[in-house]
Design a protein around this ligand. Structure first.
Ligand code: ARG
Length: 464
């Protein structure tokens, strides 16, 4: 039965119902819908808009409905138009006329705007928890591999030496920003739209501050038209998810590369890989690839939301029903990806010797060689750069590295060279001397990893 049947002479065509219904994707909000209705009914009672006894009855029955859905005793009717309709009809079926009083001074438009906020508030908090878990694993590993020398790349060419710990901490920084983006989005969306009505508020003397307070919002929204037609928070969250997924995708791309035979910097645990049906030797990083792939769909969700909203006049338009599938898919996808990614990183084996070998073979200490000519021998940097370039060319010609090239050869290129150059270009020294703030020196990495872990501990205690 339709909520709006008075105006209509005909029943809706079943195809209209199927097309129009949102129950398939909004029933996940049933707890939040009920929570919102309890707050609304409480406020109606306190304001004397409905009787105190009726308000109590409604609240008690709504709690029962919630318990019944929780326990499976009450199944959500897939033919209901949406979750709001279902809950209200169930209440009315149980309480008769009293149930019919719940919707006083409310519209599904402000109701749905509230329910999505309540749902996403919870989803974002649980995403933040998961992201903290990932951050913790990254920092733990970074501390452990603070001195594991690896080549740093630009243009995918070996460039200068870094450490594996330093590399992981770059991702930690991205995640810290991701977490703050979710926290920031939460702050902005944390306003209660109930009381906006369909679009123009209401003539009932609602206490919007009270409803907001009962639902844990610091304040109500300030404009009824905006209250029902704002979906900025959906787009913001979808963006926070998208950017976070872009970060995870880049990390996963590196995991895929690093676990290839060409690199062999890491080995993923068997538990997080798959085999091939035909090639017996294969161990594939499917999970990492799938996370990389799923970043595409959340960017699609964000695009869908922005495009859906951009042409809508105020206030509510049915187009907006499309918001939920997009934003819920985005948050679900991130959650889904983080779940195996955290243990996959935690259990991976880091092949330090292979990283070091790769770092030793690619002239990544050439800059340090030139810097030594400047610092120890007083040459201008441009000359030092050119001389080192000649040395590299010589090494390539002879199949040598800067470490293995004999001193006579160095001297032949420039007489200023002496034994000291070998110490200056040793990888550990090259990395160890990069103590500049934010640089890869092992002591920096250890301090930074410890600092983030410390912050996480404090936050956890604060929450606990
Ligand atoms: N299912 C609807 C949605 O998700 C709820 C709001 C319906 N309001 C309306 N006036 N038809 O947007």
């Amino acid at each position: 039965m339709k909520l709006w049947k008075g105006r209509f002479k005909k029943e809706a065509d079943p195809r209209t119902n199927d097309f129009n219904s949102s129950i398939a994707f909004d029933s996940r909000m049933y707890r939040h819908d009920i929570e919102g209705s309890i707050a609304h009914a409480t406020m109606l009672g306190r304001q004397g808009i409905i009787g105190a006894e009726e308000s109590e009855k409604i609240c008690a029955e709504l709690k029962k409905i919630r318990n019944d859905i929780d326990s499976g005793a009450l199944a959500i009717d897939p033919d209901a138009e949406d979750i709001h309709t279902f809950v209200e009809q169930e209440l009315t079926a149980r309480l008769g006329d009293t149930g019919k009083r719940l919707h006083t001074g409310r519209s599904r438009n402000d109701q749905v705007a509230l329910d999505i906020r309540l749902t996403l508030r919870e989803d974002c908090l649980s995403l933040i928890e998961q992201l903290r878990g990932l951050l913790r694993v990254l920092c733990k590993k970074a501390g452990k591999y603070s001195a594991a020398v690896m080549p740093g790349y630009t243009h995918m060419q070996r460039a200068q030496p870094v450490t594996f710990g330093h590399h992981l901490l770059a991702y930690a920084e991205m995640l810290i920003r991701d977490i703050s983006r979710f926290e920031d989005a939460l702050k902005r969306m944390n306003k209660c739209p109930l009381g906006s009505g369909a679009l123009a508020g209401t003539t009932y003397p609602l206490d919007r501050e009270l409803t907001a307070e009962l639902l844990g919002f610091p304040a109500p929204t300030k404009n009824s038209l905006d209250g029902v037609s704002d979906r900025d928070f959906c787009a913001e969250i979808a963006f926070a998810v998208s950017l976070c997924m872009v970060h995870l995708s880049r990390l996963c791309e590196e995991l895929v590369l690093w676990s290839s035979w060409e690199f062999k910097f890491i080995e993923l645990d068997d538990a997080y890989c798959t085999g091939s049906s035909i090639m017996p030797q294969k161990k594939n990083p499917d999970l990492a690839e799938l996370i990389r792939g799923k970043s595409g769909r959340v960017i699609g969700d964000l695009t869908a939301l922005l495009t859906m909203m951009k042409g809508l006049p105020l206030a509510y338009n049915k187009d907006m029903q499309e918001d939920k599938e997009a934003v819920f898919d985005a948050v679900d996808t991130l959650k889904l990806c983080l779940t195996p990614l955290i243990p996959m990183l935690d259990t991976m084996t880091v092949l330090e010797q292979n990283m070091r070998k790769a770092a030793a073979g690619g002239f990544i200490n050439a800059t340090d060689c030139a810097d030594w000519l400047v610092a120890a021998k007083g040459l201008p940097f441009r000359d030092a750069y050119k001389i080192t370039g000649e040395l590299v060319a010589l090494c390539i010609e002879r199949g040598e590295t800067l470490e293995s090239l004999p001193l006579e050869e160095y001297k032949r290129v420039h007489p200023a060279f002496d034994e000291g150059v070998y110490e200056a270009i040793s990888l550990d020294k090259c990395v160890g001397d990069r103590k500049v703030l934010g640089g890869p020196a092992p002591e920096n990495v250890r301090a930074q990893a410890a600092c983030v872990l410390d912050l996480l501990d404090k936050e956890e205690k604060g929450h606990g």
